[in-house]
Design a binder for this molecule. Structure first.
Ligand code: GRF
Length: 203
Protein backbone atom coordinates (compact mmCIF):
# COMPACT_ATOMS: atom_id res chain seq x y z
CA UNK A 1 0.00 0.00 0.00
CA UNK A 2 1.06 3.55 -0.78
CA UNK A 3 0.52 5.62 2.35
CA UNK A 4 0.40 9.41 2.64
CA UNK A 5 0.69 10.92 6.14
CA UNK A 6 -0.55 14.43 6.95
CA UNK A 7 0.87 16.20 10.01
CA UNK A 8 0.86 19.61 11.66
CA UNK A 9 3.15 19.18 14.65
CA UNK A 10 5.28 16.82 16.66
CA UNK A 11 4.74 13.73 14.53
CA UNK A 12 5.12 11.06 17.21
CA UNK A 13 2.38 9.01 15.52
CA UNK A 14 4.17 9.46 12.19
CA UNK A 15 7.31 8.10 13.85
CA UNK A 16 5.42 5.04 15.11
CA UNK A 17 4.04 4.45 11.60
CA UNK A 18 7.49 4.80 10.00
CA UNK A 19 8.83 2.16 12.41
CA UNK A 20 5.93 -0.20 11.74
CA UNK A 21 6.47 0.04 7.98
CA UNK A 22 10.20 -0.49 8.42
CA UNK A 23 9.82 -3.60 10.54
CA UNK A 24 7.13 -5.11 8.31
CA UNK A 25 4.20 -4.90 10.72
CA UNK A 26 2.48 -2.66 8.17
CA UNK A 27 2.48 -4.01 4.62
CA UNK A 28 2.91 -0.57 3.13
CA UNK A 29 5.26 2.27 2.31
CA UNK A 30 4.94 5.89 3.35
CA UNK A 31 5.37 7.61 0.00
CA UNK A 32 4.88 11.18 1.20
CA UNK A 33 4.51 13.27 4.34
CA UNK A 34 2.62 16.54 3.97
CA UNK A 35 2.57 19.28 6.61
CA UNK A 36 0.55 22.47 6.66
CA UNK A 37 3.18 23.99 8.96
CA UNK A 38 6.68 24.62 7.58
CA UNK A 39 8.20 24.29 11.07
CA UNK A 40 6.41 21.09 12.11
CA UNK A 41 8.98 19.09 14.13
CA UNK A 42 7.52 15.88 12.68
CA UNK A 43 9.00 16.70 9.26
CA UNK A 44 12.35 15.70 10.76
CA UNK A 45 11.14 12.11 11.24
CA UNK A 46 10.30 11.98 7.53
CA UNK A 47 13.64 13.49 6.55
CA UNK A 48 15.54 11.02 8.74
CA UNK A 49 13.68 8.12 7.09
CA UNK A 50 14.29 9.44 3.57
CA UNK A 51 10.59 10.05 2.90
CA UNK A 52 9.49 12.79 0.48
CA UNK A 53 8.14 15.85 2.31
CA UNK A 54 5.83 18.59 1.08
CA UNK A 55 4.70 21.70 2.91
CA UNK A 56 1.34 23.17 1.92
CA UNK A 57 1.18 26.22 4.18
CA UNK A 58 -2.46 27.07 4.87
CA UNK A 59 -1.50 30.73 5.45
CA UNK A 60 -0.64 31.05 1.75
CA UNK A 61 -4.22 30.40 0.63
CA UNK A 62 -7.24 32.71 0.76
CA UNK A 63 -9.68 30.06 2.02
CA UNK A 64 -10.12 26.38 2.88
CA UNK A 65 -11.23 25.47 -0.62
CA UNK A 66 -8.05 26.83 -2.19
CA UNK A 67 -5.88 25.18 0.48
CA UNK A 68 -7.63 21.83 0.12
CA UNK A 69 -7.30 21.96 -3.66
CA UNK A 70 -3.53 22.35 -3.34
CA UNK A 71 -3.39 19.65 -0.67
CA UNK A 72 -5.31 17.26 -2.95
CA UNK A 73 -2.94 18.03 -5.82
CA UNK A 74 0.07 17.36 -3.58
CA UNK A 75 -1.43 14.03 -2.53
CA UNK A 76 -2.54 13.00 -6.02
CA UNK A 77 0.99 13.40 -7.31
CA UNK A 78 2.08 10.54 -5.05
CA UNK A 79 -1.02 8.39 -5.79
CA UNK A 80 -1.72 7.18 -2.24
CA UNK A 81 -4.01 4.23 -1.51
CA UNK A 82 -4.60 5.54 2.01
CA UNK A 83 -4.40 9.05 3.49
CA UNK A 84 -3.46 9.03 7.18
CA UNK A 85 -4.15 12.10 9.33
CA UNK A 86 -1.67 12.09 12.21
CA UNK A 87 -2.10 15.22 14.27
CA UNK A 88 -3.24 17.20 11.23
CA UNK A 89 -4.94 20.23 12.71
CA UNK A 90 -6.96 21.61 9.78
CA UNK A 91 -10.66 21.05 9.22
CA UNK A 92 -11.09 19.62 5.72
CA UNK A 93 -13.79 20.68 3.25
CA UNK A 94 -16.49 18.15 2.25
CA UNK A 95 -15.07 18.18 -1.30
CA UNK A 96 -11.69 17.03 -0.02
CA UNK A 97 -13.23 14.44 2.31
CA UNK A 98 -15.41 13.04 -0.49
CA UNK A 99 -12.47 12.77 -2.83
CA UNK A 100 -10.74 10.44 -0.36
CA UNK A 101 -13.89 8.79 1.00
CA UNK A 102 -13.21 5.34 2.43
CA UNK A 103 -9.46 5.76 2.11
CA UNK A 104 -8.69 8.41 4.72
CA UNK A 105 -8.28 7.76 8.46
CA UNK A 106 -7.67 9.88 11.56
CA UNK A 107 -6.61 9.30 15.15
CA UNK A 108 -8.51 11.24 17.77
CA UNK A 109 -7.50 11.44 21.45
CA UNK A 110 -10.74 10.24 23.05
CA UNK A 111 -13.01 7.24 23.20
CA UNK A 112 -15.37 8.42 20.47
CA UNK A 113 -18.21 9.28 20.35
CA UNK A 114 -17.22 10.94 23.65
CA UNK A 115 -15.26 14.19 23.47
CA UNK A 116 -15.16 15.17 19.83
CA UNK A 117 -13.14 18.32 19.09
CA UNK A 118 -10.22 19.90 20.94
CA UNK A 119 -8.79 19.79 24.49
CA UNK A 120 -9.98 16.26 25.09
CA UNK A 121 -7.61 15.51 28.00
CA UNK A 122 -8.65 18.54 30.04
CA UNK A 123 -12.30 17.81 29.28
CA UNK A 124 -11.96 14.15 30.34
CA UNK A 125 -10.49 15.32 33.67
CA UNK A 126 -13.12 18.03 34.14
CA UNK A 127 -15.89 15.50 33.54
CA UNK A 128 -14.37 13.08 36.06
CA UNK A 129 -14.19 10.27 33.52
CA UNK A 130 -12.63 7.09 34.96
CA UNK A 131 -11.19 6.07 31.61
CA UNK A 132 -10.03 7.87 28.51
CA UNK A 133 -8.22 6.85 25.34
CA UNK A 134 -7.89 7.20 21.60
CA UNK A 135 -9.88 6.18 18.52
CA UNK A 136 -8.94 5.49 14.91
CA UNK A 137 -11.78 6.23 12.50
CA UNK A 138 -12.50 6.66 8.82
CA UNK A 139 -12.90 10.35 8.00
CA UNK A 140 -16.29 11.65 6.95
CA UNK A 141 -17.43 15.25 6.64
CA UNK A 142 -18.74 15.07 10.21
CA UNK A 143 -15.83 16.26 12.39
CA UNK A 144 -14.50 13.32 14.49
CA UNK A 145 -17.75 11.56 13.55
CA UNK A 146 -16.70 8.91 11.02
CA UNK A 147 -17.04 5.18 11.72
CA UNK A 148 -14.65 3.93 14.40
CA UNK A 149 -12.17 1.20 13.43
CA UNK A 150 -10.36 0.56 16.71
CA UNK A 151 -9.89 2.13 20.15
CA UNK A 152 -7.37 2.03 23.00
CA UNK A 153 -8.46 2.69 26.57
CA UNK A 154 -6.30 4.08 29.37
CA UNK A 155 -7.13 4.76 33.01
CA UNK A 156 -7.45 8.27 34.40
CA UNK A 157 -5.25 8.24 37.52
CA UNK A 158 -5.49 10.24 40.74
CA UNK A 159 -3.37 13.35 40.45
CA UNK A 160 -3.43 13.37 36.63
CA UNK A 161 -2.98 16.68 34.86
CA UNK A 162 -3.94 17.07 31.23
CA UNK A 163 -0.21 16.67 30.45
CA UNK A 164 0.22 13.35 32.29
CA UNK A 165 -3.03 12.06 30.84
CA UNK A 166 -2.06 13.16 27.33
CA UNK A 167 1.27 11.36 27.66
CA UNK A 168 -0.51 8.12 28.68
CA UNK A 169 -2.95 8.41 25.77
CA UNK A 170 -0.14 9.10 23.30
CA UNK A 171 1.77 5.97 24.36
CA UNK A 172 -1.39 4.00 23.62
CA UNK A 173 -1.80 5.81 20.28
CA UNK A 174 1.65 4.68 19.17
CA UNK A 175 0.51 1.05 19.40
CA UNK A 176 -3.05 1.64 18.25
CA UNK A 177 -2.45 3.55 15.02
CA UNK A 178 0.07 1.09 13.49
CA UNK A 179 -2.21 -1.82 14.48
CA UNK A 180 -5.21 -0.24 12.75
CA UNK A 181 -3.24 0.69 9.63
CA UNK A 182 -1.80 -2.83 9.49
CA UNK A 183 -5.34 -4.26 9.42
CA UNK A 184 -6.34 -1.90 6.61
CA UNK A 185 -3.23 -2.72 4.56
CA UNK A 186 -3.82 -6.44 5.02
CA UNK A 187 -7.30 -5.96 3.53
CA UNK A 188 -9.05 -7.18 6.69
CA UNK A 189 -10.58 -3.79 7.53
CA UNK A 190 -12.55 -1.90 4.91
CA UNK A 191 -14.89 1.05 4.83
CA UNK A 192 -18.28 0.34 3.25
CA UNK A 193 -20.79 3.15 3.01
CA UNK A 194 -20.49 4.54 6.53
CA UNK A 195 -19.68 1.28 8.30
CA UNK A 196 -16.51 -0.67 8.94
CA UNK A 197 -16.15 -4.22 7.67
CA UNK A 198 -13.80 -6.65 9.44
CA UNK A 199 -13.15 -9.75 7.35
CA UNK A 200 -16.17 -8.72 5.28
CA UNK A 201 -18.54 -8.48 8.27
CA UNK A 202 -19.86 -5.27 9.84
CA UNK A 203 -17.99 -4.44 13.05
C1 GRF B 1 -2.41 12.94 18.84
O1 GRF B 1 -2.71 12.94 20.20
C2 GRF B 1 -3.65 12.67 18.02
O2 GRF B 1 -4.60 11.92 18.68
C3 GRF B 1 -4.18 14.05 17.76
O3 GRF B 1 -3.06 14.87 17.64
C4 GRF B 1 -1.97 14.32 18.36
C5 GRF B 1 -0.81 14.25 17.42
O4 GRF B 1 0.39 13.95 18.07
N1 GRF B 1 -5.04 14.02 16.58
P1 GRF B 1 1.70 13.70 17.19
O5 GRF B 1 1.91 14.93 16.31
O6 GRF B 1 1.50 12.46 16.39
O7 GRF B 1 2.81 13.57 18.20
Amino acid sequence: WRLAVLISGRGSNLKALIEACANGRIDGTIVTVVSNRPQAPGLEHARAAGIARTVVDHRSFPDRTAFDRELAAALDSSAPDLVILAGFMRVLTPEFVNRFAGRMVNIHPSLLPALRGLDTHARALAAGMPTHGASVHFVTSELDGGPVIMQARVPVCAGDTSETLAARVQLAEHRLYPAAIALICSGRIQSAGGTVLYDGQPL
